[in-house]
Design a protein around this ligand. Structure first.
Ligand SMILES: CC(C)(COP(=O)(O)OP(=O)(O)OC[C@H]1O[C@@H](n2cnc3c(N)ncnc32)[C@H](O)[C@@H]1OP(=O)(O)O)[C@@H](O)C(=O)NCCC(=O)NCCS
Length: 191
């Protein structure tokens, strides 16, 4: 069943070199995301959400609402995972701070898509959603995620305990993003 008949106003579509971050478009894509949550390595998620609320949230995907935004990571018209902003339970975020999470299908990992998706969403949050800081916790043993944060210019800022375990926090501020953007766009062009 099609949940959307095409891009609607207010929907977030972010186009990159290889990927498009876009709303989840079908009930099948929502199903796949639920199955991915159920099968997820405990390293990758804090806790399994309530199924009905999770599905209801994904039916509203593609819209930034009260700090929440869910987007499919689309490669050539196929969703290969999901990237989101979220408000952590019990940790209120200051205005302008966004927490981010990402998960790719197993066979799509290690090909640079995580890096591209995170860079696209980071740019959009600063450029279009008035972000002052973008951050994310991850498991200390999640080397792929930690490497992606570093490649995209986020910095390790400390650790915290949540859901009864330790997490490392990575973060990038507007100032750091602007400095990086400036240095990227002022790079000499090679011919
Ligand atoms: C974490 C995740 C989003 C990263 O995306 P990805 O597309 O796999 O990552 P990329 O290919 O862009 O980059 C991964 C980098 O980490 C490195 N890496 C990957 N796995 C690694 C490992 N186990 N040990 C060391 N380095 C690793 C890669 O070499 C690459 O480095 P490079 O930039 O020098 O090439 C993805 O692997 C994923 O969905 N994992 C499962 C869900 C998850 O853990 N989500 C995060 C929850 S906080």
């Amino acid at each position: 069943m099609d949940l959307h008949s095409g891009p609607a106003s207010g929907e977030v579509w972010i186009r990159g070199r290889r990927l498009v971050l876009r709303p989840l478009l079908t009930a099948e894509e929502i199903d796949e995301e639920w199955q991915a949550m159920v099968a997820a390595d405990p390293l990758a998620i804090g806790e399994l959400p309530d199924e009905d609320s999770f599905r209801a949230r994904l039916r509203r995907s593609g819209r930034l609402l009260d700090g929440w935004l869910d987007l499919a990571i689309d490669l050539n018209g196929v969703s290969i995972g999901r990237i989101q902003t979220f408000v952590p339970a019990g940790r209120a975020l200051p205005t302008g701070t966004f927490d981010v999470g990402i998960g790719l299908r197993e066979d799509m990992r290690g090909k640079g898509y995580g890096r591209e998706a995170l860079a696209l969403l980071t740019d959009w949050l600063f450029g279009d959603a008035a972000a002052e800081a973008v951050e994310a916790p991850t498991d200390p043993a999640n080397v792929a995620m930690r490497t992606v944060f570093e490649r995209v210019g986020w910095a390790y800022v400390g650790s915290l305990t949540e859901f009864g375990r330790d997490w490392v926090m990575y973060r990038i501020t507007r100032e750091q993003w602007q400095a990086r953007h400036g240095s990227l766009s002022s790079r000499p062009t090679r011919h």
